[in-house]
Design a protein around this ligand. Sequence first.
Ligand code: M6R
Length: 612
Amino acid sequence: MCGIIGFAGKAEAVPVLLDGLERLEYRGYDSAGIAVVSEDGALQVKKSKGRLSVLQKLLETQEPLSGNIGIGHTRWATHGEPNDTNAHPHVGQGGKIAVVHNGIIENYLEIKQSLMRKGFVFSSDTDTEVIVQLLEYYYRKKSDLLEAVYDVLNRIKGAYALGILCSDFPDQIVAARKDAPLLIGYGEDGNYIASDATALLAHTRTVTYMEDDEVAVLTAEGVRIFDGDRSLLEKEKHTIEWDVSAAEKCGYAHFMLKEIMEQPEAVRKTISCRIADKEIVLEELKDAKELLKNISRIYIVACGSAYHVGMVGKYALEKLLHIPVEASLASEFRYSEPLLGESALVIVISQSGETLDSMAALREAKRKGSRVLSIVNVMGSSIARESDYVLYTWAGPEIAVATTKAYTTQMVLLLLLGVYLAKQSDIIVREEYGKIVGEFQKLPEKISAVLNNLKDYQKSASRYFNHNSVFYIGRNVDYALGLEGSLKLKEISYIHSESYAAGELKHGTISLIEPGTLVIALAMYEPLAEKTLSNIVEVRSRGAEVIAITTELTAQLIGSQSSELFVLPETHPLLQPVLGVIPLQLFAYYVALNRGCDIDKPRNLAKSVTVE
Ligand code: M6R
């Protein structure tokens, strides 16, 4: 949720920190701050409510901070409203120690009260201030910063990625993590900590992923990483493949539009290394046959858009594998006593690989003896590391809060997995298999064809952007797509919107349809297009305006009953939702643009949700 950056090097720290924060701002953006230790050993802190640009202005207009070592933070508020005081870094009572934190400290109240009894005075409402004051307390007692850090980590409960500066050690940053992402970057001019790799691409691609309970000490010269027992570790270094431009707008007005337009290429990357000689090859899942023998049910667990992918997957995988498949919201999963155990395969889908609810579901599944396969975009993320099998989407960094290319590639990969497993267990006939594989390969070009009609969606959005309420209807996979279309619209344009299984509308919600209500009818799933048509007629008779999305197969049928019609290229019915989501993304984007919304950073949201 929050973004953390830290730099210990030879160059001035402030520009490095601000550049890193700019790239991390999508993780949270209600306040920002930095702390730097100056050459003469003074801890200097600047922080401010609002976007990073407010902090940048502050730094330009006030006496500049200077030093070669510092930490920075961009916040998504949990404890305490977004204001200057609650912004990070938080500083200990003695004015020597500063801390930035991503995560939540669950027992902060108990610790706060105990410290207050000892005379500590708190200035913010945050759980993070408890960390820094507790650190101050132990540091005073032991005069050993690292020992004091371990004492703090033993006392706090919850999730954290921490960056710590202490002016008594003006050349050191101490970092620690548990259940929140943190990686170390090794650069030529110094070393870094960051919440994710996008913050480091301009400086280095060589990184190490910190694991839970590890503590790192960084200086300009090197990095030492210790485990929970204080033993020095030899950690593997990884090379990030993404280049800097992948995390830049490259002339687009918004990251969201750039990422929408990147979908043909992203899908190509997802499939190209996994289809050879007309065969799906999943190197990551060599023991698929063995795995399938023991599996009698599948759970697909995820949050938000990734859950919507899971819903499409449910329909597809049940059809392909002939076993029960349930799509489950990760936040509900572990509290609903799912039928886990060795005979259940749990598929976790997560772009960031850090979503706390999905992570918790994964751990619950493993604890109960199920195998976990994850579909993840961010390499080395927690979900990827803790899964038995990982399929990476290879979509490249996704910066806009509203997911687009990650969603599409997750869906492609899940469908590819379904077809692969069906082949491994000899359920799918050769001819059908060949047809689907061929269609997978044509997806990039068909997505491009949909994107070529971008102007039509732009026009449609400028006609309808003033509506206060929008309904999406569809059946089967079209219903799952409607959920995604509706979420996209809500999150970036703030228009109230709902998605309904088309046949369900008449059981209550149709009472909301009145003359002029906008209904987006999805009728791409050909076997049920006629049924959906009946529901379109029902809303039309009550005065609704209907934008319909179909394929060439059913265009005539559906077109007769709609105010506007978009016709998509056809593909195999299983893959149709991959194309079907593109118009929904474009429509949401242009509606939000017309309404003057902050598209890449919608209010109240953050890119990766690391709180429950
Ligand atoms: O990183 P994840 O895929 O686990 O994130 C899950 C959801 O938070 C995410 O899909 C969210 O719904 C999207 N930002 C919506 O566009």
